[in-house]
Design a protein around this ligand. Structure first.
Ligand code: G3P
Length: 218
Protein backbone atom coordinates (compact mmCIF):
# COMPACT_ATOMS: atom_id res chain seq x y z
CA UNK A 1 0.00 0.00 0.00
CA UNK A 2 1.36 3.40 -0.95
CA UNK A 3 1.24 6.23 1.58
CA UNK A 4 0.71 9.73 0.18
CA UNK A 5 0.48 12.84 2.32
CA UNK A 6 -2.42 15.17 1.58
CA UNK A 7 -0.98 18.62 2.15
CA UNK A 8 0.93 21.51 0.61
CA UNK A 9 2.81 22.14 3.87
CA UNK A 10 6.51 21.67 3.17
CA UNK A 11 7.44 20.91 6.81
CA UNK A 12 4.85 18.14 7.04
CA UNK A 13 5.98 16.72 3.69
CA UNK A 14 9.63 16.79 4.80
CA UNK A 15 8.75 15.12 8.13
CA UNK A 16 6.83 12.30 6.41
CA UNK A 17 9.62 11.86 3.88
CA UNK A 18 12.22 11.67 6.67
CA UNK A 19 10.20 8.90 8.34
CA UNK A 20 11.00 6.82 5.27
CA UNK A 21 7.48 5.65 4.46
CA UNK A 22 6.27 8.33 2.06
CA UNK A 23 5.38 7.39 -1.52
CA UNK A 24 3.97 10.67 -2.76
CA UNK A 25 1.96 13.84 -2.18
CA UNK A 26 -1.52 14.99 -3.12
CA UNK A 27 -2.55 18.62 -3.13
CA UNK A 28 -5.64 20.55 -4.13
CA UNK A 29 -6.49 24.25 -4.50
CA UNK A 30 -7.83 24.41 -0.93
CA UNK A 31 -4.61 22.95 0.51
CA UNK A 32 -2.52 25.42 -1.53
CA UNK A 33 -4.64 28.35 -0.32
CA UNK A 34 -4.28 27.11 3.28
CA UNK A 35 -0.50 27.54 2.96
CA UNK A 36 -0.98 31.03 1.46
CA UNK A 37 0.31 29.94 -1.96
CA UNK A 38 -1.49 32.06 -4.56
CA UNK A 39 -0.85 33.12 -8.16
CA UNK A 40 0.20 30.76 -10.96
CA UNK A 41 3.95 31.39 -10.70
CA UNK A 42 4.01 30.78 -6.94
CA UNK A 43 1.86 27.68 -7.26
CA UNK A 44 4.13 26.19 -9.93
CA UNK A 45 7.21 27.03 -7.87
CA UNK A 46 5.61 25.33 -4.86
CA UNK A 47 5.00 22.12 -6.83
CA UNK A 48 8.65 22.22 -7.85
CA UNK A 49 9.70 22.48 -4.17
CA UNK A 50 7.43 19.55 -3.24
CA UNK A 51 8.95 17.43 -6.02
CA UNK A 52 12.42 18.21 -4.67
CA UNK A 53 11.48 16.90 -1.19
CA UNK A 54 9.78 13.62 -2.16
CA UNK A 55 10.76 10.80 -4.49
CA UNK A 56 7.26 9.77 -5.58
CA UNK A 57 4.21 11.08 -7.41
CA UNK A 58 2.94 14.59 -6.73
CA UNK A 59 -0.67 15.31 -7.73
CA UNK A 60 -1.20 18.84 -9.04
CA UNK A 61 -4.80 19.86 -9.67
CA UNK A 62 -6.11 21.88 -12.60
CA UNK A 63 -8.58 24.66 -11.90
CA UNK A 64 -10.12 24.83 -15.38
CA UNK A 65 -13.48 23.16 -15.84
CA UNK A 66 -13.49 22.94 -19.66
CA UNK A 67 -11.59 20.38 -21.75
CA UNK A 68 -9.31 22.87 -23.56
CA UNK A 69 -8.41 24.65 -20.34
CA UNK A 70 -7.70 21.37 -18.52
CA UNK A 71 -5.47 20.17 -21.36
CA UNK A 72 -3.50 23.44 -21.46
CA UNK A 73 -3.08 23.52 -17.67
CA UNK A 74 -2.34 19.82 -17.38
CA UNK A 75 0.34 19.95 -20.06
CA UNK A 76 2.01 22.84 -18.27
CA UNK A 77 1.89 20.98 -14.95
CA UNK A 78 3.18 17.72 -16.44
CA UNK A 79 6.08 19.57 -18.10
CA UNK A 80 7.09 21.05 -14.74
CA UNK A 81 8.55 17.84 -13.30
CA UNK A 82 8.55 14.11 -14.11
CA UNK A 83 6.91 13.36 -10.72
CA UNK A 84 3.82 15.45 -11.45
CA UNK A 85 0.49 13.65 -11.89
CA UNK A 86 -2.28 15.79 -13.40
CA UNK A 87 -5.29 15.90 -11.09
CA UNK A 88 -8.65 16.32 -12.83
CA UNK A 89 -12.18 16.66 -11.43
CA UNK A 90 -14.74 13.93 -12.16
CA UNK A 91 -16.91 15.91 -14.58
CA UNK A 92 -17.52 15.19 -18.27
CA UNK A 93 -14.66 17.40 -19.46
CA UNK A 94 -12.41 15.94 -16.76
CA UNK A 95 -13.08 12.43 -18.08
CA UNK A 96 -12.36 13.62 -21.65
CA UNK A 97 -9.14 15.24 -20.48
CA UNK A 98 -8.22 12.06 -18.58
CA UNK A 99 -8.58 10.02 -21.79
CA UNK A 100 -6.54 12.64 -23.68
CA UNK A 101 -3.71 12.50 -21.14
CA UNK A 102 -3.72 8.72 -20.76
CA UNK A 103 -3.45 8.35 -24.57
CA UNK A 104 -0.40 10.64 -24.39
CA UNK A 105 1.18 8.68 -21.53
CA UNK A 106 0.68 11.52 -19.02
CA UNK A 107 -0.35 10.23 -15.58
CA UNK A 108 -3.63 11.38 -14.06
CA UNK A 109 -5.50 11.39 -10.77
CA UNK A 110 -9.26 11.74 -11.13
CA UNK A 111 -10.57 13.46 -8.04
CA UNK A 112 -13.85 14.31 -6.30
CA UNK A 113 -15.12 10.75 -6.72
CA UNK A 114 -18.11 9.82 -4.58
CA UNK A 115 -19.66 6.82 -6.34
CA UNK A 116 -18.66 3.49 -7.86
CA UNK A 117 -20.08 4.59 -11.23
CA UNK A 118 -17.81 7.62 -11.27
CA UNK A 119 -14.83 5.38 -10.45
CA UNK A 120 -15.77 3.06 -13.32
CA UNK A 121 -15.77 6.02 -15.73
CA UNK A 122 -12.34 7.15 -14.49
CA UNK A 123 -10.91 3.67 -15.03
CA UNK A 124 -12.39 3.44 -18.53
CA UNK A 125 -10.77 6.79 -19.36
CA UNK A 126 -7.41 5.31 -18.31
CA UNK A 127 -6.85 7.19 -15.04
CA UNK A 128 -3.64 6.30 -13.23
CA UNK A 129 -5.32 7.00 -9.88
CA UNK A 130 -8.91 7.46 -8.81
CA UNK A 131 -9.59 9.43 -5.63
CA UNK A 132 -12.74 8.46 -3.69
CA UNK A 133 -13.24 10.92 -0.81
CA UNK A 134 -14.09 8.68 2.12
CA UNK A 135 -14.07 11.28 4.91
CA UNK A 136 -16.52 13.55 3.09
CA UNK A 137 -18.90 10.62 2.60
CA UNK A 138 -18.64 9.80 6.31
CA UNK A 139 -19.40 13.48 7.00
CA UNK A 140 -22.85 13.05 5.42
CA UNK A 141 -23.59 9.76 7.21
CA UNK A 142 -22.66 7.58 4.23
CA UNK A 143 -20.13 4.75 4.53
CA UNK A 144 -16.99 5.99 2.78
CA UNK A 145 -15.20 2.67 3.27
CA UNK A 146 -18.01 0.83 1.48
CA UNK A 147 -17.16 2.86 -1.62
CA UNK A 148 -13.56 1.60 -1.46
CA UNK A 149 -14.85 -1.99 -1.29
CA UNK A 150 -17.20 -1.44 -4.25
CA UNK A 151 -14.48 0.08 -6.42
CA UNK A 152 -12.03 -2.70 -5.46
CA UNK A 153 -14.56 -5.33 -6.55
CA UNK A 154 -15.34 -3.60 -9.86
CA UNK A 155 -11.69 -3.00 -10.76
CA UNK A 156 -10.78 -6.60 -9.87
CA UNK A 157 -13.69 -7.98 -11.91
CA UNK A 158 -12.28 -6.44 -15.08
CA UNK A 159 -8.58 -6.09 -14.32
CA UNK A 160 -8.59 -2.28 -14.48
CA UNK A 161 -5.11 -1.00 -13.68
CA UNK A 162 -6.30 2.32 -12.23
CA UNK A 163 -5.03 2.55 -8.66
CA UNK A 164 -7.54 3.26 -5.90
CA UNK A 165 -6.26 6.27 -3.97
CA UNK A 166 -8.38 6.56 -0.83
CA UNK A 167 -8.61 10.32 -0.26
CA UNK A 168 -10.12 12.51 2.42
CA UNK A 169 -8.60 10.09 4.92
CA UNK A 170 -8.92 11.71 8.33
CA UNK A 171 -7.42 9.30 10.88
CA UNK A 172 -5.50 6.08 11.46
CA UNK A 173 -8.56 3.78 11.41
CA UNK A 174 -9.33 5.00 7.89
CA UNK A 175 -5.77 4.00 6.92
CA UNK A 176 -6.07 0.53 8.47
CA UNK A 177 -9.54 -0.12 7.03
CA UNK A 178 -8.41 1.01 3.56
CA UNK A 179 -5.45 -1.38 3.82
CA UNK A 180 -7.80 -4.25 4.77
CA UNK A 181 -10.03 -3.46 1.79
CA UNK A 182 -7.11 -3.50 -0.65
CA UNK A 183 -6.91 0.19 -1.48
CA UNK A 184 -3.72 0.69 -3.49
CA UNK A 185 -2.93 4.06 -1.94
CA UNK A 186 -4.15 6.26 0.86
CA UNK A 187 -3.65 10.00 1.20
CA UNK A 188 -4.14 11.73 4.51
CA UNK A 189 -2.67 14.34 6.84
CA UNK A 190 0.65 13.75 8.64
CA UNK A 191 -1.33 12.88 11.80
CA UNK A 192 -2.95 9.89 10.05
CA UNK A 193 0.51 8.47 9.32
CA UNK A 194 2.17 9.32 12.64
CA UNK A 195 -0.86 8.01 14.51
CA UNK A 196 0.00 4.51 13.28
CA UNK A 197 3.10 4.61 15.51
CA UNK A 198 1.13 4.89 18.70
CA UNK A 199 0.49 2.11 21.18
CA UNK A 200 0.69 2.55 24.96
CA UNK A 201 2.13 -0.97 25.38
CA UNK A 202 5.03 0.01 23.11
CA UNK A 203 5.79 3.02 25.32
CA UNK A 204 5.41 1.01 28.56
CA UNK A 205 7.51 -1.86 27.15
CA UNK A 206 10.29 0.44 26.00
CA UNK A 207 10.41 2.27 29.35
CA UNK A 208 10.70 -1.10 31.13
CA UNK A 209 13.49 -2.33 28.81
CA UNK A 210 15.46 0.87 29.40
CA UNK A 211 14.88 0.75 33.17
CA UNK A 212 16.04 -2.90 33.34
CA UNK A 213 19.07 -2.10 31.20
CA UNK A 214 20.00 0.75 33.58
CA UNK A 215 19.64 -1.52 36.65
CA UNK A 216 21.84 -4.18 35.08
CA UNK A 217 24.51 -1.73 33.93
CA UNK A 218 25.04 0.49 36.97
O1 G3P B 1 -7.44 14.35 -1.06
C1 G3P B 1 -8.67 14.98 -0.92
C2 G3P B 1 -8.68 15.71 0.34
O2 G3P B 1 -7.84 16.81 0.28
C3 G3P B 1 -10.00 16.08 0.88
O3 G3P B 1 -9.84 15.93 2.23
O4 G3P B 1 -10.34 16.29 4.57
O5 G3P B 1 -10.82 18.09 2.86
O6 G3P B 1 -12.21 16.03 2.95
P1 G3P B 1 -10.86 16.63 3.22
Amino acid sequence: MKFFIDTANLDDIAEAQALGVLDGVTTNPSLMAKEGITGEANILAHYQKICEIVDGDVSAEVISTDFEGMVAEGEKLAALHSQIVVKLPLIADGIKACKYFSDKGIRTNVTLVFSAGQALLAAKAGATYVSPFIGRLDDISTDGLNLIAEIRQIYDNYGFETQILAASVRHTMHVIDCAKLGSDVMTGPLSSIKGLLKHPLTDIGLAKFLEDYKKGNQ
